[in-house]
Design a protein around this ligand. Structure first.
Ligand SMILES: [Zn+2]
Ligand SMILES: [Zn+2]
Length: 431
């Protein structure tokens, strides 16, 4: 299985990028003499030819062979149908399987579903679940770290998108110590051991078989084999690149992850990446019921037929707390800007200076008051939650007491929701 291991070793890795690459090289050569240091800066990690050729040839074929065949022969409806099926099956196996089931353990799945994810996840050619999940767990733990996040956006768009897989970057070295749970799974062991034959069967055998079934062998092979592979590759890669650059940060600004409904639309819901980075164990990425997240809907629908269970949800209070904390941060920033503007403006340019000063001061006091209220609610919630857990543990609670505490928790949550509305009004006044 040396070939498979070499392939696996090749498929997970790292790229170049300008000043961050220099940062990395500088760090590792800091004790060496200046002349050595200068030459080391020009050194690039060795190229990984398997992935470089795989990505280049498939992309080249997608932009030449696909349009050429389309214009000269045309594609049948059957070929398009198989293209759509394989594209969605691959995408959902990565988001629902590799990502939310295996990397984050956000729910449990029946073996039939796990088998489906294993087969179509292999077909997506994004490496074994072992390699994918191990790298992804490191990404969450070290997010944005230029030296340790395998696809750190701080090393640039190209690196985060695809570059990290094209060279043997130290941050991309496979290290399976963070997946002891997955290593015990016989299905994933099987995939890891037989990755290359499985990848060939699914990527060549499946599209040919599908083409034969609809009487359009080559048309189906070109659409469902080549175009499908390239499209689903880059759609997934966008989650590492664009989803860390483009969008809003409603839950946390402690990392670069963004919420972006446009990306969610093409990534089966993974575009709500800001929520995902703070609450990674939640089976939802788009946590609001209206947010487009087909992966979350599929996981819930499959629960009705017994294929998924034990779905993990973040307590609503924690979500509200994160949203409010971000609103306070932004309110403070706006307030500081308003105060600074007033302080630096020549007195004669301020219209009604006394009332302007007192208006800003009034807003400051109201925000401070709301913040106190927020801290008190958080402390209150923690206390009640503790009591509730305590009671649950002892299992001696009277039923009405239990219900009472739950009602109290709900009330505090409701209180926070009201407070968010008030803060929004204050924001509008500060704008
Ligand atoms: Zn991320
Ligand atoms: Zn994740």
């Amino acid at each position: 299985m040396l070939g498979a291991r070499k392939f696996l070793a090749d498929v997970v890795r790292y790229p170049r990028n300008s000043h961050l690459h220099r940062h990395f090289m500088t760090k590792s050569t800091v004790s060496i003499s200046p002349s050595v240091d200068a030459s080391a800066q020009n050194e690039m990690p060795p190229r990984l030819w398997t992935t470089t050729l795989l990505f280049s040839i498939s992309m080249l074929a997608a932009i030449t062979v696909v349009p050429w065949y389309g214009f000269t022969h045309g594609f049948s409806v059957g070929a398009w149908a198989w293209y759509a099926f394989f594209l969605i099956a691959n995408g959902m196996s990565i988001t629902g399987g590799y990502h939310r089931l295996w990397a984050h353990k956000s729910y449990d799945a029946h073996w039939i579903l796990r088998l489906f994810f294993m087969i179509f996840g292999t077909m997506s050619l994004q490496n074994s679940a072992f390699a994918w999940c191990s790298g992804h767990r490191t990404h969450h733990l070290k997010v944005d770290d230029v030296d340790e996040d395998p696809y750190s956006i701080k090393r640039g768009f190209w690196f985060a998108h695809i570059g990290w897989m094209l060279r043997e970057y130290p941050s991309g070295k496979p290290d399976f110590t963070n997946i002891p749970d997955l290593k015990r799974d016989p299905l994933l062991q099987f995939q890891f051991k037989h990755y290359v034959p499985l990848a060939l069967i699914t990527n060549i055998g499946f599209p040919l078989l599908a083409g034969w079934s609809v009487g359009d062998l080559w048309g189906t092979f070109i659409l469902a084999g080549i175009l499908r592979l390239v499209v689903q590759h880059h759609v997934t890669f966008f989650i590492n690149s664009l989803a860390h650059m483009w969008g809003s940060r409603p839950y946390t600004d402690s990392n670069t992850a963004r919420d972006n409904p446009v990306l969610a639309f093409i990534t089966y819901g993974e575009g709500y990446h800001n929520f995902h980075h703070i609450f990674a164990h939640d089976y939802r990425n788009g946590v609001r019921w209206w947010q487009f997240d087909p992966t979350k809907w599929a996981i819930v629908a499959l629960q009705w037929v017994g294929l998924t269970r034990r779905l993990k949800r973040t307590p609503p209070f924690q979500i509200q707390r994160a949203l409010l904390a971000m609103q306070f941060t932004r309110a403070q920033e706006r307030l500081a800007r308003a105060q600074e503007k007033l302080a630096t403006m020549p007195a004669h340019e301020i219209h009604a200076p006394t009332s302007r000063h007192s208006h800003v001061e009034q807003l400051r006091q109201r925000i401070a008051h709301e913040y106190e209220h927020f801290l008190a609610a958080v402390a209150d919630w923690a206390k009640v939650k503790e009591q509730w857990l305590e009671q649950k543990k002892r299992e001696v609670i009277e039923h009405w007491e239990h219900a009472n505490l739950q009602r109290r928790l709900k009330e505090i949550e409701q209180g926070l929701r009201m407070q968010r509305r008030r803060i929004r009004v204050l924001h509008a006044q500060l704008a």
